[in-house]
Design a binder for this molecule. Structure first.
Ligand SMILES: NC(=O)c1ccc[n+]([C@@H]2O[C@H](COP(=O)([O-])OP(=O)(O)OC[C@H]3O[C@@H](n4cnc5c(N)ncnc54)[C@H](OP(=O)(O)O)[C@@H]3O)[C@@H](O)[C@H]2O)c1
Length: 330
């Protein structure tokens, strides 16, 4: 495998194949990072987008924007026709009820997999699931990601599928963890009382780089891989706050503001009702609180690195510095 070393010292597999690949979720946080690595490596990317009033799509070399959505089987069939690989990255991370999540994360995944499986030359298929799928009973989101995995596996015994379960992804353009990092930068972070669990993280460019290694390697079919930034045993909140203080607050301590779980749950419940009434997708829900206080979101990269040679390069300090455009303190 030919590797080109990028600014972070990471090996980017150079394909120069000019092969065609279908990508869903291309307009999202992770999809945007994927597009730049894929095109840099010579892939021609057919990128799904939902036509919306006022939407402006960036014209990028090697990218063909393809209108459609996960509810439209015909559009998905056309998207994947003649491709060598399909990366299904579209998904919803916010919603008020099980249907909101299942319609996209379960049935959407099933439709994309069906489209791939119906091709005469079946493309390889990568599902970007989530570590949350490990605990399907915790939240509608977690359950929907797990059901999405099951749906993909059941589509055809001939489909060459691989599933990625990334831990929490962070990096420029992310909206989910940014409020937390902004609080750290201000010097205090509201956290649920009892949030003493451990969790893994992964920087978005490292996740995209893992996809590049998947594309460059056979031998991942029928496998599910958990992915993180290489920090064995993950992080606890104290470590995150200490690193945040060093990178974002010039070493001034960042204070934890403990919020009783009962108060947070009440807020989450009220937010869910209000989201239903006013029609927005809420971030704070009872399921999200259960995910937050879950004690173990630590994962292990060993198997994927062994099979593909992939190594993550960016830890929390360097990643935070890049989000806030600062040099990490030594
Ligand atoms: N961010 C994380 O920490 C994290 C961690 C683990 C796993 N994941 C998984 O990674 C995937 C991408 O996450 P992200 O953070 O990049 O999310 P994001 O920024 O919210 O992007 C979601 C993408 O999915 C598309 N999408 C949603 N519903 C769709 C539909 N019905 N039809 C077509 N496209 C649809 C969105 O299109 P529009 O632009 O049109 O809305 C957007 O391109 C998700 O499957 C998520 O579960 C994320």
């Amino acid at each position: 495998m030919l590797l080109q070393v990028d600014d972070f010292g990471r090996g980017l597999p150079v394909m120069q194949t000019n092969s065609v690949l279908a990508l869903t979720g291309a307009t999202g946080f992770i999809g945007a990072a994927l597009i730049s690595q894929l095109t840099a490596a010579g892939w021609r990317v057919r990128a799904l987008y939902r036509p919306q009033k006022g939407r402006v799509l960036q014209s990028l070399p090697g990218v063909q924007w393809f209108p459609g959505n996960l509810e439209n089987q015909e559009a998905l069939n056309a998207l994947v026709a003649g491709t060598q690989a399909v990366i299904h990255c579209a998904g919803v991370v916010r919603g008020t009820c099980r249907t909101d999540f299942d319609e996209v994360n379960e049935r959407g995944a099933q439709r994309v997999a069906l489209a791939a499986a119906s091709q005469p030359q079946m493309p390889r298929f990568l599902l970007i699931s989530s570590l949350a799928a490990r605990e399907p009973d915790l939240s509608h989101y977690a359950g929907s990601k797990w059901r999405g995995e099951c749906a993909v596996k059941a589509v055809s015994k001939n489909l060459r599928w691989t599933i990625f379960r990334p831990s929490a992804v962070f990096g420029p353009g992310d909206r989910e963890l940014l409020p937390l990092f902004r609080c750290i930068a201000k010097g205090f972070v509201p956290l649920p009382m009892g949030a003493y669990g451990r969790f893994s993280l992964i920087y978005v460019e490292d996740l995209s780089n893992a996809v590049m290694h998947w594309l460059a390697t056979d031998g991942c079919d029928g496998q599910t891989f958990e992915l993180h930034d290489g920090k064995k045993g993950g992080y606890d909140w104290d470590t995150v706050l200490t690193i945040g203080a060093r990178v974002l607050c010039a070493g001034k301590p960042v204070r934890r503001l403990p919020v009783p779980v009962s108060m947070l749950s009440l807020g989450a419940f009220a937010n869910t009702i209000s989201a239903r009434v006013f029609g927005y997708a809420p971030m704070l829900t009872p399921g999200k609180i259960r995910e937050l206080i879950h004690p173990d979101w630590v994962c292990d990269n060993f198997e994927f690195s062994r099979r593909t040679g992939w190594q993550p390069a960016i830890g929390l300090a360097q990643g935070l510095a890049s989000i806030f455009d600062q040099k990490p303190a030594a």
